[in-house]
Design a protein around this ligand. Sequence first.
Ligand SMILES: *Cc1c(COP(=O)(O)O)cnc(C)c1O
Length: 391
Amino acid sequence: MDKSFKTFLKHAAKDYYNQSVNPPVVRASTIIFKSMNELRKTQFKGKKDPTGGHFDYGRQGTSTTFILQQMLKKMEECHHVFLTPTGFGSVFLSIFSVVRPGDEILAADPIYYPTRLLTQDFLKSFNIKTIFYNPHDLNTLKKRISKRTKLIYVENPGSNSFDFQDLSKIISIAKKNKIFTAIDNTWGTPYFLKPIKLGFDMSIVSATKYYSGHSDVMGGSLAVNKKVFKYVEKANKITGLRLGPDDAYLIIRGLRTLDVRLDRHEENAKKVASFLSKHRKVKLLYPFKKGTHNYKMWKKHYSGASGLMGLKIKAKNKKSILKFVNSLELFGYGYSWGGFESLALHQEYRELGDRNFLKLENNEHLVRLHIGLEDPKDLIQDLKKSLKYIK
Ligand SMILES: *Cc1c(COP(=O)(O)O)cnc(C)c1O
């Protein structure tokens, strides 16, 4: 029977093991063979596992990580999924797999700040140049393509400024010029956007966020198409990046309810957005208002929206913004997001990175909210009470 992925996610481990509802955590470095003969026969390919994976040493993964890979492959509808110990590991692996000294990277201006540091600073010392394009003006991308351009690196929506880009246009530009493409899809996850199906070569998700959903584990996934598979596989072996089976288990546990949680995050976020959209000092950075460029670009590619949003707030007094954020009682202050809980973060300029195309007036401030699975009525009440402090 060809099951939908929602059903597949619930039954994934059982389908392989028929023992317990949950998969075993297989911890292994050394794999034992029956004889030297068997070892030699399967050398470099490894033993075949019931999950379809092959391994002759723990660094290649174990049954637990293979199950997670199968689940993600089904959801991403892609050729293969690589697992890394953090989301940033997948960011690194995607770039390291295809870019070499002398190459250039074209990256979206609002990429995740650590990705910005990796591309514009660290890779510079390897003679790799990164040029940033304006997410709202793809002419700035087209114009900067050269013979050296190897990779277009996208993050959608833009980190903290939540810019939605014309993804299919980016893909067609890249294909015409034979340039590799990668996208950081942590915000939407393949539940709302399937980048490989859309035409991207590589798609990154920080499993730390919605995949795990419970703020208790870190991990990353890099989904690839057939074209880049051989490059990523080679790089993956060299880097030795490996997700441990205990972490894989927790991510499998989280993934089972990904669809249910994301549907509720979306429902709650829309209720909060509807309330915030009525506040005259707040500009919502969330695909909510029909007719805006961001809304159109979101609608063009996504089947839903997650729980992370930005607020651009106009206020003369910066202290009053901090007072607003500090008076929230149900929102925790901390990095990361994608768990069951609501979070708030006042964005200092440092956290936005060195943007080329982000213009903030002196009286404009950014606050990021992650809308969790609490009762949205309580969240709105909390926001209503605290917004009064903004002056
Ligand atoms: C968190 C995050 C990452 C990095 O993931 P980690 O698991 O924290 O390493 C990368 N990209 C985006 C968009 C993120 O939000």
